[in-house]
Design a protein around this ligand. Structure first.
Ligand code: SF4
Length: 405
């Protein structure tokens, strides 16, 4: 593992260590309610990741990768390697051309809505984890409708629904209800909720959901085990196969993301790309998207604040995704500041959130602010401000790229 970028286990306090010791379950073994998918995708991804050595590439490999019309996994590995960093300007020029070939100057806009923040998982790097004392809340269907109505007035036509990860509090039916309400106000509906079985994804698709994003956080199974101490999320293979179950459930799109900074970010970015690549080969109709979050400071834990994935490395990862899978969507969240986001939109990314609040019930003024926010946001611009900012950069904001007939 690279020493340049990881969360150190020393952040664990004694209470957590004790908990971990007593309650540790095998993170590679499915729990009884989890659907076991007959699929070779995970093995393919982990094998590719295992063989990937970022230090074996040279500047010549990177130049060859740039020269290719279609990039191979080896090219992708070269573009993510340390040898590529000094060539970042050339890489960015090439990525921009590739983006313009498939997307022109359009940038999709959306906003996330946090309808609950209950979570049964114990991810040590997250402010929502079940051991963190934060204000928990869940919107009622009436409150969801009020929030969505307010968001729709901003002109947005795409929404991403988030719940935290508690299947008992935010049931599949509850999420389905939120999708049905969202369908009244929005043309595109994404979900970022706990991984579920194929039949649940099929149900949510029927309720109106179009795509599902699941963050694997890190593809390094041993590291994953030290960071996810309890809850369904601890089960590494169930999470990794979520996108495939979502596609089998009928979702038209799936999103992928590693939390850059949890482990060696080059290896995690490589595994993320390979995961998407193998699934795209198996399900050619799938719309693929990447998110590129860097670890952010979290409430109640000031020891996690890794700044090792600097802007140059983030740009490198985004460009590598663009060059490897040129038709994939790439989202940059409000974890990044406006300057970084706008810059990435100009070069290689295609999707931006706006008017973001990570708290519960914050879009309607008269609604009491109910629950704490998961992480600090850096880009606090309104929908109009992001829209105008894109126009100023010569980009075309797009509210929805999907029409139901
Ligand atoms: S990262 Fe997600 S699953 Fe983990 S504690 Fe936070 S909200 Fe829960």
């Amino acid at each position: 593992m690279s020493t340049e970028n990881h969360v150190n286990e020393s952040i664990l306090n004694d209470e957590i260590r004790e908990f971990q010791k007593k309650n540790r379950i095998d993170h590679m073994k499915y729990l009884p309610d989890m659907e076991v998918l007959e699929s070779d995708v995970m093995d393919q991804v982990l094998s590719a990741a295992e063989q990937y050595d970022p230090d074996m590439f040279t500047a010549e490999d990177v130049r060859m990768a740039l020269a290719h019309e279609y990039r191979t996994p080896e090219d992708f590995g070269a573009l993510l390697s340390p040898a590529a960093l000094p060539l970042l300007e050339e890489i960015a020029v090439c990525a921009k051309k590739e983006k313009e070939k498939y997307f022109g100057n359009s940038i999709s806009m959306f906003t996330p809505i946090y309808i609950a923040n209950y979570c049964e998982n114990f991810c040590i790097y997250c402010g929502f984890n079940c051991h963190n004392k934060i204000r928990r809340a869940q919107l009622t269907p009436e409150e969801i409708e009020k929030e969505m109505e307010a968001i729709a007035k901003s002109g947005l036509q795409e929404i991403l629904i988030l719940t935290g990860e508690s299947k008992t509090k935010s049931t599949v039916e509850y999420i389905g209800e939120a999708c049905k309400i969202a369908r009244k106000y929005f043309r595109v509906i994404g979900l970022e909720v706990y991984p579920m079985n194929t039949e649940d994804y099929a149900y949510l698709h029927e309720c109106g959901a179009d795509y599902v994003t699941v963050f694997q956080e890190t593809y390094h199974a041993d590291k994953y085990e030290t960071l996810h101490l309890a809850g369904h999320k601890r089960i590494f293979p169930y999470r990794l196969n979520a996108q495939e179950r979502a596609l089998r459930g009928g979702m038209r799109g799936v999103g992928f993301g590693a939390l850059l900074g949890l482990d060696d970010f080059r290896k995690d970015a490589f595994a993320t790309g390979m995961h998407a690549w193998y699934l795209q080969k198996k399900y050619p109709q799938a719309e693929i998207a990447f998110s590129c979050p860097r670890l952010r400071p979290i409430i109640n834990n000031d020891k996690i604040n890794p700044m090792d994935v600097h802007e140059a490395q983030l740009l490198q990862v985004v460009c590598a995704y663009r060059l490897f899978m040129p038709f994939a969507g790439i989202t940059v969240s409000t974890r990044e500041c406006a300057r970084v986001r706008d810059n990435l939109m100009k070069i290689a990314a295609t999707k931006i959130s706006a008017g973001v609040s990570t708290g519960i019930g914050e879009h309607v003024e008269e609604m009491e602010d109910k629950g704490d926010a998961q992480f600090e946001i850096s880009d606090t611009r309104s929908v109009q401000e992001v829209y105008d900012g894109l126009l100023d950069e010569g980009l075309q904001p797009v509210m929805a790229d999907y029409i139901y007939v």
